[in-house]
Design a protein around this ligand. Structure first.
Ligand SMILES: Cc1cc2nc3c(=O)[nH]c(=O)nc-3n(C[C@H](O)[C@H](O)[C@H](O)COP(=O)(O)OP(=O)(O)OC[C@H]3O[C@@H](n4cnc5c(N)ncnc54)[C@H](O)[C@@H]3O)c2cc1C
Length: 449
């Protein structure tokens, strides 16, 4: 008989943590404030189409995601297809997918293009990311790409992703972004191949939850965690409604939430967790009855477009799964106190529709069949200088409480595969931690007496 571990957060990190533990014979409860699991990957309904509320693709290099799909019996539903990329800059839309597009791109001279290629190669193959954690992203890009390319391409793209805070971001961020995108090129012939699971993340979550239930995981949904207190021999989790006790708690929620939930943490621990300033996202989804180009991603380097870019899911996913429409996402990332987070759905939808009309000739608001806005306040920690060097250990001073969240990603942009990788690394760290093991084993022994 073993003790019970309480996993706080039922996003991918929490679900995978539970899967790893229950497969070793541990008893696990997953607690999530929402009534359904999945966190950022949760689906919703838009105009009768069920798909992810935030866009998701699987890359050829996403080994952990593929292993998970294999494990839950969905690998046959993973479909890869070539995708195109576009760039909207200086009021014009350019194809930006392969070498030919790049050579034909008129906004940069030959030398600038060579330097841009050198930047990508350097980010991809120079290794030793730690050295770049302390270098500012602008310094790094200016050194490799030159001033003209920074002004014309990089600065607007960084501003689109990180708002006006981009200048204080570390070079490790752009290197991780380049690396992830280059990971998609492995399978394509001179271009990218992206993958998706037929049925979207709704199918993934349904299979994963069914597997967890079959293995005996207990789900406590629809009640937010308010406080976690460690006692001698057990942990007590206070919810909006009621309390749960367990031997140990593993927190997979964002770092500032961990700090707020655990008043017993030391001042240093709470400061370290709370100083991770998370960026959120406001994402307009539009179901449209006209073809909006053939690019999956259109990066927009234009100060007049108040969003990060445009993602057309129908450029990848078979349209029969999307009601025959184009499903287009128009996201805006930023700190949750930023203005975009205070705007109403109607205002955001009108802004997105206006922006698309400027970029895609002939598109008008009457082409929109359905529109919804998704918001998340905690998506990824801002990649500040030196951040990767100051991550705390997984186990906290509370002995029975550990933090295994995506804030532990060091040199990667947020994605499902690396989130799973972080969980696995943290669980290994905890397995090798005698204090953590003791918190579990002593209770299990007591239970068996
Ligand atoms: C716009 C967007 C696009 C993306 N695109 C891709 C992509 O193309 N490919 C890819 O691989 N990844 C993508 N991702 C990233 C992917 O969604 C994340 O890596 C992954 O979902 C993170 O899972 P998580 O469990 O770490 O966090 P979350 O999903 O945030 O889960 C945290 C959970 O904790 C719960 N919670 C929080 N506070 C409390 C509380 N007090 N009490 C109880 N429960 C609480 C929440 O309800 C949530 O369910 C994208 C993300 C976004 C936002």
């Amino acid at each position: 008989m073993s003790g019970r571990t309480l996993v706080v957060g039922g996003g991918i990190a929490g679900l995978v943590t539970a899967l790893r533990l229950v497969k070793r014979g541990e008893r696990v409860s997953i607690i999530d404030g929402e009534t359904t699991v999945g966190g950022l990957t949760r689906p919703w309904d838009i105009g009768g189409v069920t798909w992810d509320r935030f866009y998701h693709v699987v890359l050829a290099s996403d080994v952990e995601t593929r292993a998970l799909l294999e494990e839950i019996g969905l690998i046959d539903r993973l479909v890869f297809a070539p995708v195109k990329t576009a760039l909207y800059v200086e009021g014009k839309l350019y194809p930006f997918s392969g070498a030919l597009d790049f050579l034909a791109f008129p906004e940069l001279g030959v030398v600038d293009k060579l330097r841009l290629l050198a930047t990508i190669f350097h980010a991809r193959y120079s290794g030793n990311d730690a050295a770049y954690d302390w270098e500012s992203v602008i310094e790094y890009l200016t050194r490799w790409s030159g001033k003209a390319t920074v002004e014309r391409i990089w600065r607007p793209l960084l501003r689109a992703k990180l708002g006006d805070h981009y200048a204080t971001a570390s070079a490790a961020f752009i290197r991780a972004t380049i690396n992830r995108l280059q990971g998609a090129r492995q399978r394509g012939v001179g271009g990218e191949q992206y993958g998706y699971v037929r049925g979207g993340y709704a199918a993934v979550l349904a299979a994963l939850e069914a597997r967890l239930r079959e293995l005996g995981v207990d789900f406590v949904l629809g009640s937010r965690v308010r406080e976690i207190v460690a006692h001698d021999g057990y942990v007590r989790v206070t919810l909006d409604s009621g309390e749960i006790a367990g031997d140990r708690a593993i927190l997979t929620v964002p770092s500032p939430v961990c700090a707020a939930l655990c008043p017993q943490l030391t001042a240093v621990e709470r400061r370290t967790l709370a100083q991770d300033r998370y960026f959120g996202v406001v994402c307009v989804s539009l179901l449209v009855n006209r073809r909006l180009g053939n690019a999956y991603v259109t990066n927009v380097a234009d100060a007049g477009f108040p969003f990060t870019g445009i993602i057309n899911m129908s450029a990848l996913v078979d349209r029969t799964q999307l009601g025959g429409y184009d499903l287009v996402y128009v996201p805006k990332y930023g700190p949750p106190e930023e203005r975009a987070f205070t705007l109403s759905d109607d205002v955001l939808i009108a802004q997105a529709t206006r922006g698309l009309s400027r970029i895609f000739a002939g598109f008008t608001p009457s082409d929109v069949v359905a529109a919804r806005v998704a918001r998340a306040t905690h998506v990824f920690p801002f990649p500040r200088l030196g951040r990767a060097q100051s991550l705390p250990p997984a186990r906290t001073s509370l002995r029975r409480v550990a933090v295994v969240n995506n804030g532990r990603l060091r040199y990667a942009t947020l994605n499902v595969s690396d989130t799973i990788g972080v969980v696995d690394a943290a669980l290994t760290e905890l397995d090798n931690d005698p204090i953590w093991r003791y918190a579990h084993e002593s209770r299990a022994l007591a239970g068996s007496r």
